[in-house]
Write a protein that binds this ligand. Structure first.
Ligand SMILES: [Zn+2]
Length: 275
């Protein structure tokens, strides 16, 4: 069994867009794509975890009801999609408490915006523990230009603020690292999102098969805006940022559908309960 998290955010949240915005009005649009995403999950008989950016629930409270009514789970993806590197323990605690109020304390899991959990931001683990969180999924065990903890363990493990890349038996929070693969001796992420859009489908499928044969869950993510590119405004960005954000974006939905048709995925809490 594998694990799927939908990073539910709007067009102005991705870091590579956010950093170029100046006075544009941040009117949510992607939020309207929730029914399309729920339908994809229903058709593929998949229960998922929605890592939601909290301000979207403030804006449109019914998205929480829709997620829960369809038996999916809610988890925390920060209040405003600020990277942990721009935050601190106190600020993060205020955000997590705000999200708890918005969701009736239903969230048990966290994913850091832009996978920004590293040794300089690992204080976040302490805040998660203090707020009775059970799991985190912010570690990518391969180095990329934006994030990644190269030597992190590939199997789920207990994570602490002191040791973020391998098991600490006395730690409380379970880390679900994102799936990675090897190409020509180099470790690269193969966990959905940009990688699902960019890598050949065979590589994506072989990654999941390899995790399954090792009895380790392949932890996958996909952004709400990647599944609803028709709602995405055409934003002019520098070439590299544009490539990372938009490359093959119109292929994501069909590819994700194919992955969910061919492999079994479930939510984080359902996976934890199955152990
Ligand atoms: Zn995000």
């Amino acid at each position: 069994m594998n694990i799927i998290g939908i990073d539910f955010e709007d067009w102005f949240h991705p870091h590579l867009i956010k950093k170029h915005l100046t006075n544009e009005k941040k009117i949510p649009r992607i939020i309207d794509g929730i029914d399309k995403i729920l339908e994809l999950l229903r058709k593929t008989d998949t229960i998922a975890t929605f890592f939601v950016v909290g301000e979207l629930i403030e804006f449109r409270p019914e998205i929480l009801d829709k997620i829960l009514k369809n038996d999916h789970e809610i988890a925390f993806h920060s209040m405003y999609h600020d990277s942990l590197t721009e935050s601190n323990e106190e600020k993060f605690n205020i955000e997590i408490e705000k999200f708890a109020k918005l969701t009736g304390k239903r969230s048990k899991g966290f994913r850091a915006p832009s996978f920004s959990l590293n040794y300089s931001t690992s204080w976040a683990i302490n805040v998660l523990e203090k707020n009775d969180y059970e799991y985190d999924s912010s570690i990518v065990p391969a180095k990329t230009s934006m994030y990644g903890i190269t030597n992190a363990q590939k199997e789920p493990y207990r994570i602490s603020s002191e040791i973020i890349e391998k098991n600490n038996p006395s730690a409380k929070i379970i880390e679900y690292p994102l799936a990675v693969t090897n190409i020509l001796g180099k470790k690269i992420p193969s966990c959905g999102g940009f990688y699902l859009r960019t890598l050949p489908m065979k590589v994506s499928k072989d990654t999941i098969k390899r995790y399954e044969s090792n009895n380790v869950p392949a932890t996958y993510y996909v952004h709400s805006w990647e599944l609803t590119p028709e709602l995405m405004p055409d934003i002019s960005l520098p070439k590299k940022d544009h490539f990372i954000t938009f490359h093959n974006i119109r292929k994501t939905f069909d590819r994700m559908n194919e992955i969910l048709q061919n492999f079994e995925f479930t939510s984080f809490e359902k996976y934890q309960k199955s152990l």
